[in-house]
Design a protein around this ligand. Structure first.
Ligand SMILES: C[S@@+](CC[C@H](N)C(=O)[O-])C[C@H]1O[C@@H](n2cnc3c(N)ncnc32)[C@H](O)[C@@H]1O
Length: 269
């Protein structure tokens, strides 16, 4: 297959997942800024990597389990900058989604402080099995053992979607399509947030060949959010992590304002 055909096939795939909206984004997805590390992401290799990691906090945090409290503390502060979450009260009937949940560390330590129930979405069966006990089955609506690239949530489902330390497992096109589906699955007033490592701006992306993921720069994330029709409404940097690690950024995302369309007669002014 020629690279032009491969590109066309990839675009068709996105269109199948996101409908006509992807057609409008086609030029922007293929705007030449695509980073070659994308092509090294391999879902099977990533799956095998995580299958061999313990279903524990220390396992899902790559040996940095002792940082979980510091992580959750800053995430709570970030959540409470949202007026709807400021009183840290799980309102009856509210539902959160923990995307790339591992064993449900974030569901249990963060999301359930704001929503009554959670859905767990995670590709590793060993982790989803463990999540029932770790999170507590009374707090879970549904556990889905599948990759985010295959996650097709129903519209009007979630009050809160949180994506943490997982999105580097998706190449750009899959990430943009996934975010588009997430937005469509929010209830009115629903929120979508992401917490991820950032590499330095000049690096654009850094490949981790062991777990088959990439770390993106802040600018790369913003470029992709824009492609998904999203803008960053709030952001914050994680504090208190050891020197020498990647910067960690939290983002609240909101639908971007539509660009003003020039009315007839105004074009070219
Ligand atoms: C670093 S761990 C983070 C887990 C969790 N978000 C947390 O913060 O505790 C990365 C997780 O992403 C999962 N993962 C990897 N690729 C994925 C994919 N394509 N879709 C969904 N989950 C994936 C792994 O199995 C692993 O549980």
């Amino acid at each position: 297959m020629s690279s032009a055909e491969a590109k066309e096939e990839r675009t068709d795939e996105i269109e199948a997942q996101t409908g006509g909206a992807a057609r409008a984004k086609r030029l922007r997805v293929d705007d030449g800024s695509r980073d070659e590390n994308q092509d090294k992401i391999d879902y099977t290799k990533a799956g095998l990597y995580w299958d061999n990691v313990d279903a524990t906090i220390d396992g899902v945090l790559g040996g940095f389990g002792y940082l979980t409290d510091v992580d959750l503390k800053d995430s709570h502060a970030f959540f409470e900058r949202q007026p709807a979450l400021a009183d840290r009260t799980p309102r009856p009937g509210t539902l959160a989604c923990d995307c790339g949940a591992g064993i449900g560390r974030v569901a249990k330590g963060l999301l359930l402080d704001y929503c009554e129930k959670v859905d767990i979405v995670e590709q590793c069966k060993k982790y989803t099995d463990a999540s029932w006990k770790y999170v507590g089955k009374e707090h879970i609506r549904e556990v889905l053992t599948l990759g985010l690239q295959d996650f097709k949530p129903r519209p009007d489902t979630y009050d809160l979607i949180w994506v943490q330390w997982v999105i580097g497992h998706l190449p750009d096109e899959a990430l943009v399509a996934f975010l588009g589906r997430c937005v469509a699955s929010l209830k009115p007033g629903g929120l979508i947030g992401l917490k991820e490592n950032n590499c330095k701006p000049e690096q654009k992306t850094v490949l981790d060949d062991e777990d088959s993921s990439i770390t993106r720069s802040d600018a790369e994330f913003r470029r992709l959010f824009a492609q998904a029709g999203l803008t960053v409404s709030h952001e914050a940097l994680q504090t208190g992590f050891p020197q020498g690690m990647f910067a960690i950024r939290m983002y609240w995302l909101a639908p971007a304002e539509p660009e003003p369309v020039a009315s007839e007669g105004e074009e070219g002014k």
